[in-house]
Design a protein around this ligand. Sequence first.
Ligand SMILES: NC(=O)c1ccc[n+]([C@@H]2O[C@H](COP(=O)([O-])OP(=O)(O)OC[C@H]3O[C@@H](n4cnc5c(N)ncnc54)[C@H](O)[C@@H]3O)[C@@H](O)[C@H]2O)c1
Length: 325
Amino acid sequence: MTPDFVRNRALVTGCAGFIGSHLCERLVRDGHDVIGVDCFTDYYAREIKESNIKWLKEQSNFIFCEANLLDTDLLKLMAAVDVVFHQAAQAGVRASWGKDFRIYAENNVLATQLLLEAAKEVDLNKFIYASSSSVYGDAETYPTAEDLKPMPISPYGVSKLAGEHLCALYHRNFGVPAISLRYFTVYGPRQRPDMAFHKFIKAMLRDQEVVVFGDGNQTRDFTYINDIVEANVLAMNSEAAGEIFNIGGGSRVTVREIITIMEHILVKKANVRHIENQRGDVRHTAADITKARSRLKYEPKFDLQMGIANEINWLRTFQTEILDT
Ligand SMILES: NC(=O)c1ccc[n+]([C@@H]2O[C@H](COP(=O)([O-])OP(=O)(O)OC[C@H]3O[C@@H](n4cnc5c(N)ncnc54)[C@H](O)[C@@H]3O)[C@@H](O)[C@H]2O)c1
């Protein structure tokens, strides 16, 4: 630890999820005191989330609280906290249509508002909200900068944008030091089972069909999990408040190219089947990270080859536990 190290007390919501669990590990390893809260929503298997926080639960500077943000005493949770990392959400674009939008409205909009209500009553240094590139929809310009008008094309994107607006409102009206980080497609070990890399790798390991939505020429700005975690830590230590930052990985590639990288690493050909595009999926994403670079000193460090190899190794190791879920 450096002499000027500041030991923070952090609350991480959604701590048992893909991103939340990595973020907690980094904070705990760095010597911060962390309270993690999660209610194990049924979006994917509880066993996976339990395994995500297995190591954390053994650490003396980590406290796990199984609770739903919608019906727990948030003021109590936040009473002795300096920083809130709000990662909890109902993720996934495709499932956000129809009657399930209620789940998105509750977990993404209402839960964020309840947290911000509590945040305005306590003395926080930072409230960091996990937003999403999905707020842009089919953007007019690529790479896309933060000042482009957001036009989500999925109910999920609408719910994440509503969360951002709430953060801005609570900053303006009550001085909550909230900032939003717009993550661009995150990948790496523990990636959610509904996400493309996870599904592609799982199928290739089992010699099954790799199902691709559309023609495979859609592009994404893929961001490795460690870069996302680093962005959160930089945001925690920054002076920024009331602002929005794109957090991308710096490499925009097509889904076809991703499969080629996987084929090289796994030394096998993918059996690809194309099906129709899904409603709510954007055609392209590309982050302009100029602002995060200059204000947060954020610089993505992980390239796709290394990142995908790490996700493959993780899925191989956990395949007996996870591949069947
Ligand atoms: N993974 C990505 O590529 C990506 C991209 C952009 C934005 N995001 C955002 O990042 C955050 C984390 O995403 P993830 O991929 O780790 O998802 P995840 O589903 O793995 O993790 C979210 C966690 O939040 C928990 N949760 C949800 N509602 C809750 C509630 N009401 N109370 C307590 N816990 C609750 C869930 O049980 C889950 O463990 C989300 O806010 C998501 O919108 C993710």
